[in-house]
Design a protein around this ligand. Structure first.
Ligand code: PGA
Length: 255
């Protein structure tokens, strides 16, 4: 019922030439992952050029961040959701742990960003996840609940008919230390149960991605988990072959 979705979060990486080579490489291997929804989220400076490079392919475009303001205006350095939509974005990542930790985005701001993204017709990819300290002190579910409730309370359960969740344990991001399939499944099932508590018919089809050191060689076991519907890929999305191997691992799950 839920198709697989693999999104590449390029973070603050790339250049015109590197992006062109990366998209070219991905496009050449798309027949390995025909039934998987794929998106790339380049830095804002390259959205337009990457948008042009993926034109005519099934690859979708996403922004890595979006302004929480209702309307465009005097907000230096910010990018309004309508602008992301205008340059061809379908998705916007909101609440990535790097934004939360390094740029002070709290749950309320993330919720406003989620709302603003949807108001501009974008599909938010809402990132949630606990730190190592929180996991080790048994707070994982409490943290996920707080992060997801902030969005549910502001935007309502119906908003999840047009949203994607990414479970990204902070301790697994960029560290080479991936959550075990069991840890991922537990967190994903918990998030889905939170949605189901509000509306089971919306919880069932909502896609929940796993993110945090997904690589070509661990994607398969993660994607095999019942509630893992794909991945949000950082470092491994910068290499065409590695990214394609991950997308192909999703394809292999499709019966
Ligand atoms: P990583 O990043 O794959 O490099 O761990 C994932 C993310 O931060 O979205």
């Amino acid at each position: 019922m839920r198709g697989y979705f693999v999104a590449g979060n390029w973070k603050m990486n790339g250049s015109h030439s590197a992006n062109a080579a990366l998209i070219d490489g991905i496009r050449k291997g798309l027949d390995r992952c025909r039934d998987v929804d794929i998106a790339v989220c380049p830095p804002a400076a390259y959205l337009e050029s990457v948008g042009a490079a993926i034109r005519g392919s099934p690859i979708a475009l996403g922004g890595q961040n979006v302004c929480d303001q209702d309307k465009p205006g005097a907000f230096t350095g910010e990018i309004h959701g309508s602008m992301l939509a205008d340059v061809g974005c379908k998705f916007a990542i909101v609440g990535h742990s790097e934004r939360r930790a390094l740029y002070g985005e709290d749950d309320q701001r993330v919720a406003r960003k989620f709302k603003a993204a949807q108001a501009s017709g974008l599909v938010p990819i809402l990132c949630v996840g606990e730190t190592l300290e929180q996991r080790e002190s048994d707070q994982t579910e409490a943290v996920l609940k707080r992060q997801l409730d902030a969005v549910l309370d502001l935007c309502g359960i119906a908003s999840f008919t047009r949203a994607v969740i990414a479970y990204e344990p902070v301790w697994a991001i960029g560290t080479g230390r991936t959550a075990s399939p069991q840890q991922a499944q537990e967190a994903h099932a918990f998030l889905r149960s939170m949605l189901a508590d509000r509306d089971a018919r919306i919880a069932a089809p909502t896609r929940i991605l796993y993110g945090g050191s997904v690589k070509g060689d661990n994607a398969k076991e993660l994607f095999a988990c019942a509630d893992v519907d794909g991945g949000l890929i950082g470092g491994a999305s910068l290499k065409a072959e590695e990214f394609l191997t991950i997308c192909a691992a999703a394809q292999a799950q499709i019966k």
